[in-house]
Design a protein around this ligand. Structure first.
Ligand code: UD1
Length: 436
């Protein structure tokens, strides 16, 4: 499972280049199954969720060649429309393949998608939208856990989402590519990663507009070809490192990131006394000489609101730099599990169903804590770096789902963190026992 061992109290300062965004890369990789010919993706993050997506693409008959952050995908030989259940469970983003397989093959067989355990995460909005497009969706007669989706004849239509779900917006954009006529998705999610998906589809010969505005129009019936595409920078990774550096009293220069995508975090940090300079394609942030003090209530909301994916890292940061403030989670109903681990490290916080109240002026102490999901795990690493003493963060596999070369980047900024694999450790202990 792997454990990060952290020595707290070091100031993290320096320059970093943001990696490609997980939440942009995964839907684009899923979209690539609609295309024929070669795609070359640059800045594809080296994370385990991308590894899982590559395994799924290969199982469907796509050719995938990886060279570091460059990925070549050719889906011309796609031969399968059934996603193996064990791969489906690997991550949430496997669900996007329903839309893209439907567009490419007229059929998809899926099961419940996996992903971090941060709430119920149903797929009813996806299903309702696909049905409105004309898809026939039933439980498989062979296996009640499998869902068989058949396109029949998909027709463009007006869709109004009950909630601006990121995944449902992306899935429906993909399915609508093969629908006859025009599809309009109202109340669609507005995240930058949706705009990035639109850009990719259009580069491949598709006809999509409106992403980012809340109303997306897809003219269907186009055949897509491959293209070269650079994955946009990861705003969540950038936000995580900003909080990590400022949390330890350091300064950071992040290259490759659009400051606008981090607006709610930047505003919150500025109000607390941090110095932030925005440049065209980079952001500089410094804790400054005065102590940072953030107060008030920070609530998560769909983009352009405060991102739920930075909520745990912000809470960890506030345990040291918050003055009687509240963090409210409005997207997922089970996203405070990490907070109990922060209490183990001495955090003076109160957890309720939707809120964490931070009493302020905390000192954190190193401890032995367990990551239970991706962003919660990153929050515990931030806490460990800010704490007095040594911290062990167990279950690094969750963190590796979404952060590329995490420990290496922290070390490059002056943080003391090393990783050991528990299996390695166990086998070393066994060897020791055998020789004594
Ligand atoms: C995506 C992101 C994830 C981020 C989230 C919210 C990817 C790969 N993941 O996840 O990192 O935290 O957006 O910004 O891009 N919901 C339903 N029914 C549905 C779909 C969603 O009730 O059919 C609910 C969810 O349970 C949740 C809320 O809507 O409470 C938001 O979910 P959604 O926007 O779909 O998130 P994901 O696409 O899963």
């Amino acid at each position: 499972m792997g454990t990060y061992h952290i020595k707290g109290g070091r100031k993290l300062s320096g320059e970093m280049e943001a990696s490609g965004a997980k939440n942009a890369a995964l839907p684009i990789l899923a979209a690539s199954v609609i295309t024929t010919g070669e795609n070359v993706f640059e800045a594809c993050p080296e994370i385990s969720d991308v590894d899982s997506m590559i395994t799924i693409l290969r199982s469907l008959g796509c050719e995938v060649v990886r060279d570091g952050a460059q990925l070549a995908v050719n889906a011309s030989g796609l031969s399968e429309s059934r996603i193996p259940e064990e791969l489906m469970k690997e991550m949430r983003s496997s669900v996007f393949l329903a839309g893209s397989l439907l567009a490419r093959c007229g059929e998809a067989v899926i099961s419940s998608p996996g992903g971090c355990n941060i709430g119920r995460r149903p797929i009813d909005i996806h299903i309702k939208g696909l049905r409105r497009l004309g898809a026939d969706i039933r439980q498989s007669t062979d296996n009640p856990d499998h869902i068989v989706i058949k396109a029949g004849k998909l027709r463009g239509t007006q869709l109004k989402l009950d909630y601006p779900s990121v995944g449902a917006t992306e899935n429906l954009m993909l399915a609508a590519i093969s629908a006859e006529g025009t599809t309009v998705i109202e109340n669609s999610a507005r995240e930058p990663e949706i705009v990035a998906l639109q850009e990719y589809i259009n580069k491949c010969g598709g006809n999509v507009e409106g992403a980012g505005s809340g109303i997306i129009t897809i003219k269907g019936g186009t055949k897509l070809h491959g293209c070269s595409h650079r994955v946009i920078a990861d705003r969540i990774e950038a936000g995580t490192f900003m909080l990590m550096s400022l949390g330890t009293g350091g300064e950071i220069y992040i290259k490759g990131i659009t400051a606008e995508y981090l607006r709610p975090l930047i505003n919150c940090l500025k109000e607390g006394g941090c110095r932030i300079r925005e440049e065209r394609n980079s952001v500089y942030a410094s804790a400054g000489s005065d102590s940072i003090k953030i107060s008030g209530c920070i609530s998560t909301a769909p983009y352009p609101g405060f991102p739920t994916d930075l909520q745990p890292q912000l809470t960890a940061f506030l345990t040291k730099h918050g003055a009687k403030c509240t963090v409210e989670e409005n997207i997922f109903e089970n996203r405070f599990r990490y907070a109990k681990q922060l209490i183990k490290m001495g955090a003076d916080i109160e957890i309720s169903k939707k809120q964490v109240i931070i009493n302020g002026n905390n000192i954190l102490y190193g401890g032995d804590v367990e990551a239970e999901d991706l962003r919660g795990g990153a929050a515990l690493v931030i806490a460990g770096l800010m704490a007095e003493g040594d911290t062990a963060v167990r279950n690094t596999k969750y963190i590796k789902r979404g952060y590329s070369r995490f420990a290496g980047k922290i070390r490059a900024m002056g943080g003391e963190i090393r990783e050991n694999d528990e299996r390695e450790q166990n086998s070393k202990e066994c060897q020791k026992k055998e020789t004594t």
